[in-house]
Write a protein that binds this ligand. Sequence first.
Ligand code: GLN
Length: 296
Amino acid sequence: MATAHMQEDWTVQAALDWTVSYLEAKNDEHPRRSAEWLMSAATGLSRIQIYTFFDRLLSGDERSLLREGVRRRALGEPLQYVTGEVAFRHIVVHIERGVLIPRPETEVLVDVGLAAVDEAIEARGEARILDLCCGSGVIALSIANERPLATVVATDIDPKAVALTRRNAQALYLQDRVEVYECDLASALGDDSLGTFDLVISNPPYIPTAELSTLPQEVSGFEPRIALDGGVDGLEVFNRICSLAQGYLRSGGMLACELHENTLAQAASYCVKWYQQVEVVRDLTNRDRILRARHP
Ligand code: GLN
C-alpha cells in the first residue's frame, strides 16, 4: 500500500485528504464519510474536531492505526467492524466481526417495542422484556437505557454475540437490568419465567436462504450467516419465536419482530391463529418490516 505516503509530518488535513482519494480509488461508495470515521477512530477526535484540528500532526501510533483501518476498509470490510463501534438510537455500542451490524430499521422495531413497555409501566410500574437473538445487544440495551423501569432478559445462540452484549451492557452501566444467556431462543429460561414478560422482541435471522447469494459483498463477505439465514421462506426462526412467545408473555403482552419485507403477509397470517391485533409496521424506507401482535 501507499505506506511511503504516510509521512512523519502528516497533519490531520493531509492524512484525511490522502485517505479520501485512496478510498475513492478503491471504489468506496462514501470515501469522505469513511475517511472521517477512520480518522476519528485513529485519533480520538470527533468528526467535527477533525476539521478544527486540521494542522495537528499525527503521532506514530495514530498513523499506524489509520493505516490499518484504511487497509481493511479498502478490502471492502464494513466501516463499523473497522472502527469497532456503531451509534444506535441514544447509545453507542461496540461491534466486531462475527456479530451482525445494527441497522436503522431496528431502531423502528425498538419504537414499536417501547409502546408495549410503556403500557406495562403505566399498568404495573415496571416492565419485563425478553429479547431473542440479541446480537450486539442494541435492542435490549436501548430499551433498558431509555426506560429505567424496564428489566430485560436477552439471549443468543452465538457465544460471540452473548459476550458482546454483556460487554456493551457493562460499558453502558446497564448490566443490573440486562441479563444475558447463551442459548437457543428461550431454552435457558426456567419455567418460573413463563407468563412473566410484557414484551417479547426479536430481530431474528430472516433472509430467505436463496437470497443470501444476492446480498452485497460487504454483507455476505463479512457478516455472520447465522444472523442472516432465515431458512427457505425466511420465517423458520420467526415461526418458533411466534409459538414459544405465547408461553412467556403475560396476558395482553406484545410480540414484536423484525422480518424480511416480502414475508410479513405470510408471517401475519400464521400469527393470527394465536394472537390478536396483528399489525404490520413499515420501516423508514416505507417497506413492510415489523410484525406486532398481542397475546390474548
Ligand atoms: N436487515 C438485515 C439485512 O438486510 C438482515 C437482518 C436479519 O436477518 N435479521 O442484511
